[in-house]
Design a binder for this molecule. Structure first.
Ligand code: ADP
Length: 860
C-alpha cells in the first residue's frame, strides 16, 4: 500500500472546506474519519483518506453513487453485533463503541475499533459520524495485556483483584463475570473492600475463615451468603489466593467467585427434605416437623411466610399449625384471613383440592380490613397448595404469603408441592402412629387383664396341684386296683367269650334298641357270626327264616327286655326250635341299652315230645280199646254164653232118647252162639293185628263171582226168614287180583250187617261191575238205615249208631272192613237213609296195586 502523495492532498473536501486546519488534522490522523448513512449498508458520505491504507479503496470509491458499501467489508460473523450495538446506543442516545473485523480489497482481515455518534440533520435524517482505527496490530501483534484482559472477561467466574498493601484491601480490578453476577459495574466497586457484598450479615462462620485467611495472607475456599446490587441473596463460592511479589510479600489478593445459589438451594432442599423425612421416620412430633418445613421454605428458600393449616373434617374448620415465629399481629391477620374468608386461597384449595392463589391482595375487596396489616408485613400475594393424605383425602393446605408480588417459578412450585406432600405424609404417619399407639394401649390393657387372669389361674393351678399331689398316692393305689380289676375283667371277658363261643346247642346274641345285632357267639347260628365278624350290619327285622308268629314274638320280647324284663319263650328259626331266655343289660332309668338273648336248641326235645305225645295217645287209645273191649266183651259174651250154658244144662236134662230132636236144637244153639263168640274174638284179634301192623294183604288171582256165590251160600245159614241174597253181575266170570281172605272178611262183614239190620223179608243185593280200571261192588239192603248224625262216625272203632243199640254188635266190623279195603288199595263209601236202607260201595283198582308196604305177597 502506497503512502499519500501531493495529488491526493489537492482533493477538495466540501465538509471541511472552511476549515483548513481541521482538514489537515483529518488527513493526518492515524485512523479513518467518516460520516455514513444510518442504514444497513452504511453508505459513506464522507470518508477520510486513511481508508486507502486500511481497506485498499479510495475515498471516491466509497462516496460515489453506487460505490462500495462499508457494510460489505464487515466480516459476516460480526455484522449483527455491529448493527445491534449501534441500535442500542442510538436508542439510548449514547455514543457507540465497536470492535469488529473487515476484509480489505486484497482479502486480508483487519480489526477495526470504531467510536461514533448519531447526528441528526434538519430533515430528521440521522447520520453516523465517527472515527475508526486499525487495531489489528494490537490484537494480533502480541499485546498480551489486551488478550489477558479479554480472557479475564471471557471466563464465567467472577474475578476480583485487590491490593494487599493498603489496610482496606481495595479492589483494583473486577472482570465482566463479576459485574454480571453481582450487578455492580467495575467503576462502582474499584477502590472498595470486597466485604461490601456481605451487606449487614456478619454472623456467618465463613466470614471468620476469610478474615483469618486475609490476616495470615493464606488462601481459603468458602461458600458464603452474599447480596447482589438489587438486594437478592446469592450463594457465593469464593477462593481467595494471595499473590506475592519478588520480595515474597503479598502484593495482591485474587478472589475467584462463583454463583452457586442454584446448586446450594438444591442441596439445602435435599437436606431439608431428608431432615423432614427423617423426622417423620423417627416419629417426631408434628409441630416440630411443620416447623422444619416452614424453616426450609422461609429461611432457606426465602419463598415467603409459610402457614400450614389442617382441616378438621368433622368440625369443618381449619386451624393453623405452624408459624410460631410469625409476628403476632401478622399471625392474627393471617388466621382471620385463613379461617374466615371464602376469598382465602387456603379455604378454596381445601375445597377444590387444587392450588389456589391471590396475586394482589389490594385487588381483593374482602381483604380490605387486613390489607394494611399485610402490606405493613410486606405481604402482597398468597398461594395455597392442598395437603392430601395417602387416600387422596384433603387434610389441610400449605399457604405462602409472598412479600412482593406472586413471583412463582416452576422450581418453587415444585418445592412447595413437595413440602405439601411431606406435610401430608407426616400427618398420615402421625395418624398411623396414633392408631398404633391406641392399639398398643388396648393390647397392653388387655394383656394386663390376661396377666391377672393367668395369675389367678396359676394360683388355682397351684392349689389343684397340691390337691393332686395329696391324692397322688391314693390314685396310684386306685390305678393298681383298676389295673387288677381290668386284668380280671379281661380274663372274665375272655372266659365269657370262650363260653359264648362254645355255648352248646345254642347261641348268645346282643341286640340294641334299633334291633341291630352287635354280638353273636355259640355253636349255633354260625352264618350270623360270620356276618357280624365281617362287620356287616344285621338287624332282627331283616333276618329271614322265621315264621311270622316267631318273628313278631321275638321282636315283642326284645322290646320288653329293653324295658327291663327278663323273659323266656320259644321260637322257630330256620326249622329249628329254640328256647330263648332274655336279660336286659346296662339299665338306666328303667331302660336297657342292650338285650342279651340266650338261645338253646330244643329241636330234638320237641321231636321227642311229639313222639311221646303220639305214644301217649296210642296208649290212651289202647287203654280205651281195652276198656271198650272189656265192656263190649262182657256185654257181647254174656248173651251167647248164657244161651250156651242154659242149652248145655237143658241137654243134660234131656237124656231120654225121645228127646233127641230137642237136644239137637240146643246143640245147634250152642254152636251158633259159639260161632258168634268166635266172630267177636276174631274181630278183636283183627283190630289188634291191624294196630300192630301185622296184617298184610296177600293178593292173588281169583274169580270174584265164583268167590261171591260160595260166600253167599255160606251166609245163608245165618240169614233171617224170607231174606234173600242176590248176586248181580253182567259177567259170567270176573278175575281179580285181590287178597281172597281179606275179601272174604270184607264181604261177609258187609253182607252180615245187611242181614242183621234188615227185616226178615227184605232182599239183599250184591252187585259187581268192572271196567278197564276198576272193580266195583255194592252191598244194598232195605233195612233200618243209619241216622244222618251218626254217619260221620261210622268207620270209627266201637262206634254203633243209636238205632242199633238193641241189635247185638261190637262196632268193630266196619272199622276192620275199611282197613282191609285200604290194605288192598281200595276205597269204601256208603249212602244210607234211616228206615230205608243202606248201600255200601267198594272200589278196587284193577291194576296190580303197588302199595308194597301193605303187601305181603307179590306177583312174580
Ligand atoms: P256191629 O254190627 O257189630 O254193631 P259194625 O261195625 O258191623 O258193628 O257196624 C257198626 C254199626 O253200623 C252198627 O252197630 C250199626 O249201627 C251200623 N250198621 C252197619 N251196617 C248196617 C246196615 N246194613 N244197616 C244199618 N245199620 C248198619
Amino acid at each position: 500500500m502506497k503512502r499519500r502523495n501531493s495529488k491526493e492532498e489537492k482533493r477538495s473536501y466540501p465538509m471541511f472546506e472552511g476549515d483548513r486546519k481541521l482538514r489537515t488534522l483529518v488527513e493526518n490522523l492515524p485512523g479513518i474519519v467518516f460520516r455514513c448513512e444510518n442504514d444497513s449498508d452504511r453508505t459513506m458520505q464522507f470518508i477520510s483518506n486513511e481508508c486507502r491504507w486500511i481497506t485498499g479503496y479510495w475515498p471516491e470509491e466509497f462516496c460515489r453513487t453506487g460505490g462500495i458499501r462499508w457494510a460489505s467489508l464487515i466480516h459476516p460473523m460480526d455484522k449483527d453485533d455491529v448493527w445491534n450495538t449501534v441500535e442500542i446506543a442510538l436508542a439510548k442516545n449514547e455514543k457507540f463503541q465497536l470492535k469488529y473485523r473487515i476484509i480489505d480489497k486484497e482479502g486480508k482481515i483487519h480489526w477495526i475499533s470504531e467510536t461514533g455518534v448519531a447526528v441528526e440533520k434538519k430533515e430528521g435524517t440521522a447520520f453516523l459520524e465517527g472515527y475508526m482505527q486499525d487495531i489489528t496490530a494490537q490484537i494480533m501483534g502480541g499485546n498480551i495485556n489486551v488478550i489477558k484482559e479479554r480472557a479475564l472477561d471471557e471466563v464465567r467466574n467472577g474475578i476480583v483483584i485487590a491490593n494487599a498493601k493498603p489496610k482496606q484491601f481495595p479492589i483494583i480490578y473486577v472482570n465482566k463475570a463479576f459485574e454480571k453476577i453481582t450487578g455492580y459495574t467495575s467503576e462502582e466497586v474499584i477502590g472498595k473492600n470486597y466485604n461490601f457484598l456481605q451487606s449487614d450479615e456478619c454472623q456467618q462462620q465463613e466470614i471468620q475463615i476469610i478474615r483469618e485467611a486475609l490476616s495470615t495472607q493464606s488462601s481459603c475456599h468458602v461458600e458464603i451468603h452474599n447480596y447482589k446490587k438489587d438486594g437478592t441473596l446469592f450463594w457465593n463460592e469464593l477462593s481467595i489466593t494471595p499473590i506475592r511479589d519478588l520480595h515474597g510479600e503479598t502484593s495482591h489478593f485474587i478472589v475467584i467467585q462463583n454463583d452457586i445459589t442454584e446448586r446450594k438451594n438444591l442441596e439445602l432442599l435435599r437436606k431439608a427434605k431428608n431432615d423432614v423425612l427423617e423426622m417423620i421416620i423417627k416419629k417426631k412430633p408434628l409441630p416440630d416437623i411443620f416447623d422444619r418445613i416452614q424453616d426450609a421454605l422461609e429461611q432457606q428458600m426465602r419463598i415467603g411466610t409459610v402457614a400450614i393449616c389442617l382441616y378438621d373434617d368433622i368440625a369443618q374448620a381449619i386451624k393453623r399449625v405452624s408459624g410460631n415465629k410469625i409476628h403476632p399481629t401478622i399471625a392474627k391477620a393471617m388466621d382471620q384471613i385463613l379461617g374466615t374468608s371464602d376469598a382465602c386461597p387456603c379455604i378454596r384449595a381445601i375445597r377444590s383440592k387444587k392450588k389456589e392463589s391471590i396475586t394482589d391482595i389490594l385487588e381483593e375487596p374482602s381483604w380490605s380490613k387486613h390489607q394494611a396489616t399485610l402490606i405493613e408485613a410486606g405481604i402482597k400475594s398468597i398461594g395455597s397448595t392442598p395437603i392430601l393424605d395417602a387416600d387422596d383425602n384433603i387434610v389441610g393446605a400449605l399457604s405462602i404469603f409472598y412479600p412482593d408480588g406472586f413471583l412463582s417459578s416452576p422450581q418453587k412450585e415444585d418445592l412447595v408441592d413437595e413440602m405439601a406432600g411431606l406435610v401430608g405424609l407426616a400427618i398420615e404417619q402421625d395418624k398411623i402412629r396414633k392408631r398404633l399407639q391406641m392399639n398398643q394401649e388396648r393390647l397392653e390393657a388387655r394383656s394386663k387383664g390376661l396377666e391377672k387372669q393367668v395369675e389367678l389361674r396359676n394360683k388355682d393351678l397351684e392349689q389343684i396341684l397340691k390337691e393332686l399331689r395329696a391324692t397322688n398316692f391314693e390314685l396310684n393305689v386306685q390305678i393298681a386296683d383298676a389295673q387288677n380289676a381290668r386284668k380280671r375283667a379281661e380274663i372274665q371277658e375272655a372266659m365269657l367269650l370262650a363260653i359264648a363261643q362254645k355255648f352248646p346247642r345254642g347261641a348268645i346274641i346282643l341286640v340294641n334298641e334299633q334291633m341291630q345285632i352287635s354280638f353273636v357267639e355259640g355253636s349255633e347260628l354260625k352264618f350270623l357270626q360270620k356276618q357280624i365278624r365281617s362287620n356287616q350290619e344285621l338287624s332282627i327285622n331283616n333276618l329271614d327264616g322265621f315264621s311270622i308268629k316267631s318273628k313278631s314274638l321275638l321282636l315283642t320280647c326284645i322290646k320288653q327286655t329293653l324295658r327291663g324284663k327278663h323273659l323266656s319263650f320259644e321260637i322257630e328259626y330256620q326249622k329249628r326250635n329254640y328256647i330263648v331266655n332274655t336279660t336286659p343289660l346296662f339299665i338306666e332309668n328303667g331302660k336297657a341299652s342292650l338285650a342279651l338273648l340266650v338261645l338253646f336248641n330244643i329241636s330234638d326235645r320237641k321231636r321227642n315230645e311229639g313222639k311221646m305225645l303220639q305214644n301217649l295217645i296210642k296208649e290212651r287209645e289202647l287203654s280205651e280199646l281195652k276198656t271198650q273191649f272189656i265192656s263190649t266183651a262182657s256185654h257181647e259174651f254174656r248173651a251167647p254164653l248164657s244161651v250156651i250154658l242154659s242149652s248145655a244144662s237143658l241137654i243134660e236134662k234131656l237124656n231120654n232118647p225121645d228127646k233127641g230132636e230137642r237136644r239137637l236144637v240146643h246143640l245147634e244153639k250152642i254152636k251158633s252162639n259159639v260161632r258168634q263168640l268166635v266172630n267177636i274174638l276174631n274181630d278183636f284179634l283183627s283190630v289188634t293185628k291191624l294196630d300192630e301192623g301185622e296184617t298184610k294183604a296177600s293178593p292173588e288171582y281169583f274169580d270174584l263171582l265164583h268167590f261171591s256165590r260160595s260166600l253167599i251160600e255160606k251166609l245163608k245159614i245165618g240169614k233171617k226168614k224170607e231174606q234173600s241174597i242176590i248176586l248181580e253181575c253182567e259177567k259170567a266170570e270176573l278175575v281179580t287180583f285181590l287178597d281172597p281172605k281179606l275179601m272174604h272178611l270184607v264181604l261177609s262183614n258187609l253182607l252180615n250187617n245187611a242181614i242183621k239190620y234188615s227185616d226178615e223179608d227184605q232182599p239183599i243185593l250184591l252187585k259187581i261191575e268192572d271196567n278197564e280200571l276198576h272193580v266195583k261192588l255194592w252191598v244194598i239192603d232195605h233195612g233200618i238205615g243209619i241216622p244222618e248224625d251218626d254217619q260221620k262216625h261210622l268207620f270209627q272203632r266201637f262206634f254203633r249208631a243209636k238205632n242199633s243199640v238193641n241189635i247185638a254188635g261190637t262196632g268193630l266190623g266196619l272199622h276192620i272192613v275199611k282197613m282191609y279195603v285200604e290194605l288192598m288199595g281200595g276205597k269204601i263209601g256208603f249212602e244210607s237213609k234211616e228206615n230205608h236202607g243202606s248201600t255200601f260201595k267198594l272200589e278196587f283198582p284193577k291194576k296190580h296195586y303197588t302199595n308194597e308196604k301193605n303187601t305181603g305177597n307179590r306177583r312174580s
